[in-house]
Write a protein that binds this ligand. Structure first.
Ligand code: ADP
Ligand code: MG
Length: 380
């Protein structure tokens, strides 16, 4: 990829650019915890975005996307926003950097990526953090890493119409090879934990379905969580978010809230604890416990939080049947991927069975993505 990018850069701009890269991400455990003030546990992966960049001494940005085979040119004022969707991510990063007092002048860039688009691996965050990191380095802005993640998040909010949380950009900026990062979504404190699953592979199986109810269901889940938290707060005023509540406290309000809200809250409180348990297990290199927690999360998402679907439950059940160490739906639910921790010797059989049986039942093949936990945004 490096060579292709530099060759294109040379042919367009007559010299070579400086290379930067960033990554997509997975979340091992900690789902639907972010808006409840709980933990998420993401890591950067070995696919991402790579860009060659060089200041061009003009007020214009000229960017070429190798994957779309398109050149886009834009100025740096608010009125210069480009039409092309992919270019808006880069324009947004420029604007958000400038809004934070950073310097950005015209530059040339060529970039390409290998994160599958829209598969739940956050190709958009990879794109944002690559350019946020690069511009910060090139123009010596000294913006701290957390703010670089926020530049990506604000780009999604203000230029791409996606009201996302901070996890994707955080993971893409802070990711490190062989480490997952536990982020406290309430305090934004974070801590690295070792992730060296020797003898195991991490593989995503993309169901390639997206069921429609996702956004209305999401709002309903949030409301249930807020309702449960409010009931608990009356007895325990220290509960700001649902994740602050102890399981026992939820039992105390069982009769006061709808059964549905109780089940949603039961999942969330359990999930916050599972993230902590997984972190403890990783410090002992205990991947069997990690896997068991992933299955428990899947059960919770499917039966208590009710955001799974037939395709994902099918893949999860098959994983269990084939002795896969851990498996769960990753992301918001109602489609997308399962994330699986598989012993190397079981990998080939599991993937072959998943492809064949999924195709037979649902009439289309799932997609398979192997991932390794790797570095986030960096200069090459
Ligand atoms: P994801 O879940 O992968 O983040 P999004 O819809 O949020 O999906 O972001 C995908 C968009 O990001 C693409 O439509 C494109 O505009 C941009 N993008 C991601 N990767 C690339 C790439 N390699 N080249 C150009 N644009 C990209
Ligand atoms: Mg995205």
């Amino acid at each position: 990829m490096k060579q292709k990018i530099q060759e294109k850069f040379k042919s367009l701009f007559g010299e070579e650019g400086v290379l930067y890269a960033s990554a997509g991400r997975i979340n091992l455990i900690g789902e639907h915890t972010d808006y409840n003030g709980g933990y998420v546990f993401p890591g950067a992966i070995d696919c991402g975005i790579m860009a060659a960049i060089k200041v061009n001494g003009t007020p214009k940005v000229k960017v070429f996307s190798l994957d779309y085979n398109e050149l886009c040119e834009f100025g740096l004022e608010e009125k210069d926003a480009p039409e092309k969707a992919w270019a808006r991510y880069i324009f947004g990063v420029c604007r958000e950097t400038i809004k934070r007092g950073g310097k950005v002048e015209g530059f040339n860039a060529v970039f390409a990526g290998d994160v599958p688009l829209g598969a739940g691996l956050s190709s958009s965050a990879a794109l944002e953090s690559c350019f946020a990191f690069a511009l910060n380095d090139i123009f010596k802005n000294n913006i701290d890493k957390f703010e670089l993640a926020k530049i990506g998040q604000s780009t999604e909010h203000n230029y791409c119409g996606v009201k996302c949380g901070i996890m994707d950009q955080f993971a893409s900026v802070f990711g490190k090879e062989g480490a997952l990062i536990r982020l406290n979504c309430k305090t934004l404190e974070y801590k690295y934990f070792p992730f060296h699953p020797k003898g195991y592979k991490l593989v995503l199986i993309d169901s390639c379905v997206k069921h429609e109810l996702a956004s209305s269901a999401y709002n309903k889940r949030r409301a249930s969580c807020e309702n449960a938290a409010a009931a608990i707060r009356k007895k325990h005023p220290e509960v700001e978010f649902l994740s602050d509540a102890k399981r026992l406290w939820l039992d105390e309000v069982r009769e006061e809230i709808p059964q549905e809200d109780f089940l949603r809250a039961e999942y969330v409180i359990g999930e916050v604890q599972r993230v902590l348990d997984v972190c403890d297990a990783l410090e002992r290199d205990d991947y069997e416990t990690v896997g068991e927690m992933m299955y428990q999360t899947h059960f919770g998402l499917s039966r208590l939080y009710e955001v799974s679907c037939e395709e994902l439950d099918f893949l999860n059940k098959l994983a269990r049947k084939m002795d896969v160490t851990g498996s769960r739906v990753m992301g918001g639910g109602f489609g997308g991927c399962t994330i699986n921790l598989v012993k190397e010797e079981l990998y080939d059989g599991f993937i072959a069975a998943a492809k064949e049986q999924f195709q037979a039942k649902f009439g289309h093949a799932p997609k398979i993505y192997d991932v390794v936990i790797s570095d986030g945004a960096r200069k090459l």
